[in-house]
Write a protein that binds this ligand. Structure first.
Ligand code: FAD
Length: 532
């Protein structure tokens, strides 16, 4: 095995030099000069040494799903692509898992599932990479039951660069460089070094089955008061009953999209459920949750439509299942493997989880631009917040088209005591994690759409916070900032943007210390990396 250095004249370059899902294309001014495909950790070390020796900047590519230009905005530099390094193995003696950082989340799920285990990571599987997602706090439909992926990481292999420019391979665990290990558990990729592998001493057992379902509400007769009631009931459940461990196997996404006033349509809530023992035959918790919304008259839909805005961020609803009639709604009972999207895609099948992970050559695709924002809620939605959501969802503005506001249930096992101190994810007391997505293709829309999106977000958080941090979900008794794996460069306009992502406590100073210690020359940086 050796490094495959793909230069800008190589026919594979245009396809490799782009974000996989965000449609992020570097401009010629931003573009790297080469991409080093590395099949082994030694190759990664060598590619890093060569890059530094040539006086170029390295950026790191795993799945390529980053929402901002942290990887591809690297003028004249080298992208170190770890995707060819994708083993996910369990040591037969120690039972410890080693996950190479170029694996996709699907590959990781499949290998673990085949041995009877899982990890609470990304909800939509496929090509999202392990390297970026676990480094930045990967969470998903198992997180209320099992925590976030970094909670299970007990060691990493990481290449750092010392003050003299020498590349060092470190195995960071609880005895060696424990501060570096903690920083790699959720604070965001691309800022301390290149992780070549993650290790997990233990993993949770894979559930046997899941119930998935969806109910929807009519926009046609909606009022600000009715929307508030739905959002209140939803968020209040997770602030009250949802704190009980017997409910932690319930994961939900309530999503709003701006409506066409002439054809209002519906908005819905998707969910995945199993009991803490991994079975879903006893539906008491789910029936009880559905009953919370009886007064709002939801209708059963079973699954979201694949064309809805943000559908690629939802659990895969396809695959065989059995319709189950619950007390008031229907749900689909499916083996757990279906709900993580691997049963239909065995590893060796064409188009299986490993397909297209390192794309071959091909014509550049139409740039579909996307922009994302995020927020964490510690408390139920207020009337003022619901009123802003209602206004922006119903005013018929053309730049609202293609927008999705997802409100994912959170907390549960992700809020267990001690995790704030042992990992570097600061959001340990939230009940809802929000993702805002907008997508478009017409370049003429770039500016007005970005402005609409930012105004909506700012108005929403001006409704409920005031003073210095108005317009943001700054850490308070109601909010817990933003998610670094949904990075949003608009937040850089706030002097306190690091506190939005890493909190206003001791975590950010700790990360600054780690950054200074292990990356003294700031080799690994991007627009939103820790400032030392
Ligand atoms: C369609 C879609 C669905 C998503 N769903 C979820 C979800 O359900 N849950 C969730 O939590 N997030 C989700 N995300 C967000 C996702 O977690 C982040 O975009 C994540 O950073 C992607 O990781 P990546 O390796 O694919 O991306 P990349 O673009 O390769 O990397 C992202 C960042 O990590 C750095 N990095 C990558 N590899 C390494 C490495 N080996 N060592 C050090 N740094 C590295 C990069 O330099 C970059 O800064 C989703 C994103 C998309 C596009």
């Amino acid at each position: 095995m050796s490094i495959d250095l793909v230069s800008s004249t190589d026919p594979r370059f245009p396809e490799l030099n782009r974000g996989r899902a965000s449609g992020l294309f570097p401009t010629p001014q931003e573009s790297a000069a080469a991409i080093a495909l590395c099949p082994t950790a030694d190759d990664v070390a060598q590619a890093l040494e060569q890059t530094l020796h040539a006086g170029k900047r390295p950026t790191i590519l795993s799945g390529g799903h980053c929402y901002e230009g942290f990887v591809f905005n690297n003028p004249g530099g080298t992208i170190i692509d770890v995707r060819p390094m994708a083993g996910v193995t369990q040591d037969p003696t120690t039972k410890r898992w080693k996950i190479e950082s170029g694996a996709t989340v699907s590959e990781m799920y499949l290998a673990m599932y085949n041995a009877g285990y899982t990890i609470p990571a990304i909800s939509c599987t496929n090509t999202v990479g392990v390297g970026g997602s676990i480094s930045g706090g990967a969470y998903g439909y198992m997180s209320r039951l099992m925590g976030i992926a970094p909670d299970w990481v007990t060691a990493v292999d990481i290449l750092t660069v010392d003050a003299k420019g020498k590349v060092q391979l470190r195995h960071a665990d609880k005895s060696n460089d424990p501060d570096l290990l903690r920083a790699c558990r959720g604070s965001g990729g691309g800022q301390y070094g290149i992780v070549t592998a993650f290790y997990c001493d233990t993993l949770p057992a894979a559930p046997k089955e899941k119930l998935s379902g969806r109910v929807s509400f009519d926009w046609g007769n909606m009022t600000p008061e009715r929307l508030y009631r739905i959002l209140y009931l939803y968020s209040n459940y997770f602030d009250t009953r949802g704190r009980d461990p017997d409910t932690w196997g319930l994961f939900t996404i309530l999503d709003l999209s701006p409506v066409d006033p002439a054809r209002p349509g519906r908005f819905g809530m998707s969910l995945e459920f199993c009991n803490p023992d991994g079975t879903a035959q006893d539906t008491k918790v789910l029936d009880e949750f559905f009953a919370v919304f009886d007064e709002c008259k939801p209708v059963s839909e079973l699954a979201h439509h694949p064309s809805m805005p943000g559908a690629d961020h939802r659990p895969d609803p396809s695959g065989p299942g059995e319709i189950v009639c619950l007390a008031t709604h229907n749900a689909m009972l499916r083996p757990f493997s279906n709900s993580i999207g691997i049963a239909q895609r065995p590893a060796n099948a064409p188009g299986g989880p490993s397909a297209a992970r390192v794309p071959a050559s091909g014509p550049p695709r139409l740039p579909r631009k996307q922009k994302y924002k995020s927020a964490y809620m510690r408390k139920p939605y207020t009337k003022e917040e619901a009123a802003v959501l209602f206004k922006y969802m119903t005013d018929g503005n053309q730049y609202g088209r293609g927008v999705s506001v997802a409100m994912d249930s959170f907390g549960g096992a992700a809020s267990k005591p001690g995790l704030l101190e042992s990992t570097s994810d600061a959001h340990r007391d939230s009940i809802i994690k929000m993702q805002f997505i907008t997508g478009w293709t017409d370049a003429a829309d770039d500016k007005p759409r970005a402005e609409w999106f930012d105004r909506f977000y700012t108005d929403l958080w001006s409704a409920s916070s005031n003073g210095k941090h108005s317009g943001t979900p700054y850490f308070s008794d109601r909010h817990e900032g933003c998610y670094i794996n949904y990075p949003d460069s608009d937040m850089l306009k706030y002097s306190y943007w690091p506190q939005l992502y890493w909190g206003n406590g001791k975590l950010y100073p700790f990360l600054q210390h780690v950054k200074k210690k292990y990356d003294p020359s700031n080799v690994f940086h991007h627009s939103m990396s820790v400032r030392a």
